[in-house]
Design a protein around this ligand. Structure first.
Ligand code: NAP
Length: 415
């Protein structure tokens, strides 16, 4: 069925998936959601940079054909108040890769976060956040170059993913009465309640994706982060299932940290990834003090939420932290910050978060040359101290420019 409002570009081909493998044509159609607030500014600037890098890297043989799809306030304007039209999901199912700016979650009125809806409806079960430092970016660390981790955060379960019962509601009272009567549970009268489901299915598919990523990218370890010492049957089970999937499906190419010491005297053998685990509280300290011990991290929803923002702060903050939500057949790359409404259309903010989400997207497509061109040009621009306001306030002698001028400087530095 043709779309109602989405207009596919005249040229370009669909990306396809066969036997779980993506096939990317040289001229793929890629869907984008502009985003609310600062979305227009950062999407316009980033698209210019991505297109310039692809053109430069492949001399016109490869090119992205953009297809705008809608969510958030722009969708509400176009689709008569519908913030998340069904055909947006359909377009992402059909075209497989999308990239989005930030979206406002309307306050009140029973709206659930549009971002959460997108992840759940399309079963984008892994939130992937690479955290690495770019030369010249202001950082509170003495050796920020030692931080280079990729966090895989489970997106579909855990209490944060949605099962809560508000104090004083009949549902809460019913559940409280049941827990007290059947299980002798003790908690204060009127407590809000949350249920935290963690399943073998969801844990294993997340860890599977993290291990595959580590293998494909030549990473050295996958660390399972959990609070299993306290929450044994949820977080502890995640740890157990994580080790299980590694042993059962990747036994030839993985070893545990215990094996590393017992069999290999602490020297990692070539071609084997180490699977280890850390408790969720201590990981914050380790990531800060000994970041080079971590490579790929896999964890549940809430831990991953805290950890990915904290880690981003080590290397420049959420203003430049990229992210993606990846399922088996659809991947949506996204800016990780919000819509920063006070800066709407001021041509002021840093496009870095969306820009690097696009770099992740190019890597996901195996368009490494274009991705690397952007990385190098970005570093060069920052080294020239040409930056947006957020970095300018942390750097001495910086030249502050707008979003669009920053994009022009990055493009000029691709030469
Ligand atoms: P926010 O939009 O992320 O903005 C908070 C602050 O972060 C801004 O005031 C600004 O700091 C800084 N910032 C954000 N993006 C920046 C950029 N590109 N460059 C430089 N600085 C940047 O968070 P919020 O104000 O809490 O949320 C606003 C709306 O965004 C809400 O409707 C929320 O629901 C939504 N949201 C959406 C997403 C998403 O779509 N993924 C994520 C989070 C929030 P300074 O004031 O210091 O300049």
């Amino acid at each position: 069925m043709p779309f109602q409002k989405i207009v596919p570009p005249a040229a370009g081909e669909k990306i396809t998936v066969k036997d779980g493998k993506l096939h990317i044509p040289d001229q793929p159609i890629i869907a984008f959601i502009e985003g609310d607030g600062i979305g227009y500014d950062i999407m316009t600037a980033s698209k210019r940079i991505w297109d310039a890098a692809v053109e430069k890297a492949y001399g016109g043989q490869r090119k992205i054909h953009w297809m705008e799809i809608y969510a958030g306030e722009k969708a509400a304007r176009i689709y008569d108040g519908d913030y998340m039209p069904e055909e947006t999901f359909e377009a992402l199912r059909q075209y497989h890769i999308g990239i989005k700016g930030p979206l406002t979650t309307p306050v009140g009125g029973g709206f659930r976060s549009l971002n959460v809806t997108l992840r759940q409806v399309l079963d984008l079960y892994a939130c992937v956040r690479p955290v690495r430092w770019y030369r010249g970016v202001p950082s509170p660390l003495r050796e920020p170059e030692k931080t280079n981790v990729v966090i895989f955060r489970e997106n579909t379960e855990d209490v944060y993913a949605g099962i809560e019962f508000e104090s004083g509601t009949p549902e809460n009272e019913k559940l409280a009465a049941f827990l007290r009567r059947e299980f002798g549970a003790q908690f204060f009268e009127g407590a809000g309640l949350g249920i935290k489901p963690i399943s073998a299915f969801a844990s294993k598919r997340l860890v599977r994706q993290a291990i595959r990523y580590a293998l494909e990218r030549g990473r050295k370890s996958v660390t399972l982060v959990h609070k299993g010492n306290i929450q044994k049957y949820t977080e502890g089970a995640f740890r157990k299932w994580g080790y299980e999937v590694a042993a059962e499906e990747f036994g030839e190419v993985t070893i545990t940290e215990d094996e590393l010491w017992e069999k290999y005297n602490g020297k990692q053998p070539d071609g084997k990834i180490v699977i280890k685990d850390r408790i969720a509280d201590i990981i914050f300290q380790h990531l800060l003090l000994r970041p080079d011990e971590f490579d790929v991290i896999a964890t549940m929803n809430l831990n991953g939420d805290y950890l990915s923002d904290a880690a981003a702060a080590h290397v420049g903050g959420v203003g430049i932290a990229p992210g993606a939500n990846i399922g088996d057949e659809v991947a949506v790359f996204e800016a990780t910050h919000g819509t920063a409404p006070k800066y709407t259309n001021l041509n002021k903010v840093n496009p870095g978060s969306l820009l690097f989400s696009g770099v992740m997207m190019l890597e996901y497509m195996n368009w490494w040359e274009a991705a690397e061109l952007i990385n190098r040009a970005y570093e060069k621009t920052i080294e020239q101290k040409i930056v947006t306001y957020d970095f300018a306030r942390q750097m001495e002698g910086a030249t502050e420019v707008g979003t669009s001028e920053f994009a022009s400087a990055v493009i000029a530095n691709m030469g």
